[in-house]
Design a binder for this molecule. Sequence first.
Ligand code: MG
Length: 344
Amino acid sequence: MRRSLALVWCVLLIHGYGMAQTNGQATVYLTGYTWSKSNAAVGYVKLRKGEIKSITIGGEYQSAFKISKDHQLSVRADKWKAGAMYADVVVTVKTASGQESNTFRIVKDDFIRNKVIAHRGAWKNTGATENSIAALNHAIALGCEGSEFDVHMSADSLPVINHDASIQGVSIAKTNSSELLTMKLSNGESLPTLENYLKAGMVQNKTKLVLEIKPSELGKESSLALTHKIIALVEKLQVQAWVDYISFDYDVCKEVMKLAPYARVAYLKGDKNPAELAADKLFGLDYHFSVLQKNPDWLTDAKNRKLTINVWTVNDKPVLEELLKQNVDFITTNEPELLLSMLK
Ligand code: MG
């Protein structure tokens, strides 16, 4: 009896102390997840709480990484496997209360910089349904810098991809995923889960995944619950390098940054000026083109404050031309083919 109790204690101790956490909500995170030939620095190792005593790195590709005294993770470019899109590194952090190991996927930054963000994927001229995995694959095949998509949450808390709060007359927020996932899009695809969508996007390192967190029809609490689900899933799948976040709900934007201080978050609604966004340390603004036409000084102001500028949803050639002239960072469009042709 005493021996078995001792064994139980031993098991509890092992699980409580030094247990590797690789699924969501880990304490350890990085401030960046990509590297390039011109910038081998990936990011700093940080803790959500507690103080770092020491850091060691490991894993199959350990030799391709190094860690500096001030906790910066970098890639040894000469040790990076030729042609590899990414490599996983295991980061073990010792704190006063124990240690924690996490695996992070570090991606070679071959992401395209051409400003073109396909709105709900590339669907209009390809025959794919908007927000389908097929539309994402078309945006990737076209060579867009990013592909945008919308995320809602089912009644049993599964994030799924759809623009509206309802699909085929059924409220996503009030319906369980078992029923939602039997639904077919008009191209025959099942309603995509966020997990399947992200997995489809992370097989390449050219096109970013621009994830819009939709405010819930059930209210703020549900919107924030969805935000938590999304960050946990992104971290479980190790897809941090690929994902940028956008939302019309400013509280959601701030919650993303609280949960994932490394995240690139842009605000969509247009009712905050660049100074306010910069004060909250957002990545950028992502406003309807009419907002910027009404506030022409916001372009320069945003640039001066190092905020990125994304403009939605622009489908007309004269406006696209004007925005290219203004050298905004991203243009979200239903006409990615047209915008791509204008870049040449
Ligand atoms: Mg959207």
